[in-house]
Design a protein. Sequence first.
Length: 317
Amino acid sequence: MIKYSYYKFNDREIAKLNTEISPDNWLNNIDWVNIYSDNRSEVLKSLPFTNLTEDIKQLILKPEDYLLTKTFYNIIIQNFVISKKTDINKSDYLTLIISQEFTICILPIDEEFDLKEEEIEHIKKQFTKIRIYYSYLLIKKILTQSTLNVSIARKKLYNIEQTMISSPDKITSSQVMTLFTQIWQLSEIVEEQYLGFNFFYNLMLNKNKEPDSDKLKEIIDSFSELSRITDRLEEKIESIRMHFMLIHQETSSHKINILTIIQAIFVPLTFLAGVYGMNFNNMPELSWKYAYFFVWGAFITLAIILLYYFKKNGWFE
C-alpha cells in the first residue's frame, strides 16, 4: 500500500494538491511529495528517476545501513532514524531525496507528516524559504516524537525507582533488563538523529547561508540536549541494575545462610540417629527405660543450642 501527499510552493505559500499526480508529471507540478509505505521495493518502482544505480537503490531499500548524507550528481539522499510511536525502543526510517526540482520524502505508513492549516499560516510569519520551513517542520515532528518517547522512558524509570525503594522484592530481573534495553536503544536512536540532521544541515544549508538556516540549526541542536537526557537515563538505569543485583545477591546469600544453618543443625542429629540405629548386641542404651525420650531430648537441646549460636552471630540477618 502506498499513499501520496503533494505540495506546491509559490513564493511564501504552500498549496496541498488533492488530485492524484503521476510520477512522470511531478517535475512541473509539485515541489514536495510525501510517500507513505512500508514496502520500499514498491516505492522504488514508483520513483520518477530513470537509470538508478545500485548504490542509490540500496540507500532507499536499506536505510538502516546508510545514515550519512549521500550525493549522486544533482540528487541528495539522506536517511533519518525516527522513533516509533508504538514501541519506544524501536526505530523506523525516513528518507529524503532532494533534487533541484522537487523533494521526495519516504515515510512509514503509520506516520503522519502532512501540514495542517495552522502550520501553513505560521510559515508567513516566521520563514522566508518554504523548503527550509518544511524541513524544519519535518525535523520538529521527529523531535516531538523522540521527546515523547524519552518522557515515557523517564516515567518508567521513576516508577521502577520508587518500587525499588518501597518494595524491592516486587522487582524482577526481567523488568530491570527490559527497561535497561529500552533506554539504551532509545539513546542510540536520539544520538543517530542528532548526527544525521547535522550532516544534512552542513551539506544543504551551512555553505549557502540561507536566511532561515539558523532556525533549522536551533531545532537540530535540541537533539543534543535530548541526547544528554538519555545519557543520564542510561546512568540511572545502570545504577538501578547494579542495585538490583546487590539486592538479589544479598537475598541469595540469605537463603544460602538458612540452608547452611539447617544443614549444620541436622549433621549432629543425623550422627546421633546413625549411632543409635546400629544393630549391635552390646548397646547399653537400648535397655534403658527412657532411652527414646532421652535421645529426643538430646536432639531438641542440641538444635536449640545451635539456633541460638547462629542467631547470636548474625546468621539470620
